[in-house]
Design a protein around this ligand. Sequence first.
Ligand code: BJW
Length: 263
Amino acid sequence: MQFETEPSISDKLRRRFLNSKRVLVLTGAGVSAESGVPTFRGGGNSAVWKGMPFEVISSAQVVEQDLPAVWEWFDYRRDLLQVLNPNPAHNEIATWQDRFSEFTLVTQNIDGLHHKAGSREVIELHGSLWRVRCVSCYARFEILSSRPRADACPDCGDPVRPDVVLFGEILPAGAFEQAAAAAANCELCFVIGTSGLVYPAAGLPEIAHVAGAFVCEVNPEKTPLSALCDELLMGRAGEVLPLLSRLGSDSRTTTGRVATRTS
Ligand code: BJW
C-alpha cells in the first residue's frame, strides 16, 4: 500500500503526546520492516524456511525434535541481521525514553534493533536472537558477533538453544508482569507494527485501554486491535513516528489521510 500523504494527527493525540508523563510503546515485526527484517505475517514467502512455515520451525516441538534444524534457522536469521541497521522508527522511539518521565518500551522482536538504536531497558517479551540459553540449567549467554556461537553450555556442558520464546513456551520470568503493570499505569500507549494476533503481548493495549489510557496504533493495515484504539495512524512507522516529535515545534496539526476515532 502506498501512502502519498502524511497521516493527520488529532489535537487529542497532540495534547497527549506533549503532556503525558507515563508512556508505553509496544512494538512488533513491522517496526523493523523498513530495516529489511521480514515480518511474520506480511505475505510472500519470507516466513517460510525450507518449506516449513515459521509456526512450525519456531515451535517448542521442533526444539525438542530437531535442535540442529532450529539452529540452522536462527543462525541464518542472525547472519541476515548482522548487516541491518535501525530505521527512523527505532531511532525516534529511542529519543522518547528521555522525553517522557516514565517510559516503557516493550517489544515482541528478537532482532536487537531497539538496543542498537540506543533504547535502554527494553522489555523483550519473546527473548533475543543474540542470546543462547542452556536447555538444562537455563544459564544465558550473549552471542558475540566476533566469535563462533557456543554449542554447549560453558557451565554444565549440555546443549544450548536460542533464547527466544516459541509458540507454546512461556515468556521470560517477570517480563509480561512488568509490561502489564506499565500498561495499567500509562496515560498514552502506542501499538506499533504488530498484527495483534499473538498473546499475551496482544493483551497489553487492552490493559492500557481499560485503565483509561489513550491508545494509538501505527500500522499501514488495520488489525484486531484497531477497534479498541483511540487513534489510528495508518502508515509506515519510519515515516509516521518522526511526525510526532515534530509536534513540539509545530503548533498546527498536520492534515491528510488517516482513520481517527475520538473518545
Ligand atoms: C508495519 C510496517 C511498517 C508492516 N510500519 N507497521 C490467548 C488466545 C489464543 C492463543 C493464546 C492465548 N494466549 C496464548 C496463546 C497461545 C499463543 C498464541 O498467541 N497463539 C496465537 C497465534 C493464536 N501464544 C504463545 O504460545 C505464547 N506463550 C504463552 O502464551 O505461554 C503460556 C502458554 C503456554 C502454552 C499454552 C498456552 C499458554 C508465546 C508466543 C511466542 C511467539 N513467538 C514468535 C516467534 C519468536 C521467535 C522467532 O522469531 O522465530 O514471536 S511468533 C511471532 O509472532 C514472533 C513475533 O514476536 C510474534 C508477533 O508477531 P508480530 O510482531 O505481530 O508480527 P507480524 O508479522 O504478525 O505483523 C507485522 C505487522 O506489522 C502487520 O500488522 C503489518 O501490517 C505491520 N507492518 N510493515 C508499521 N513499515
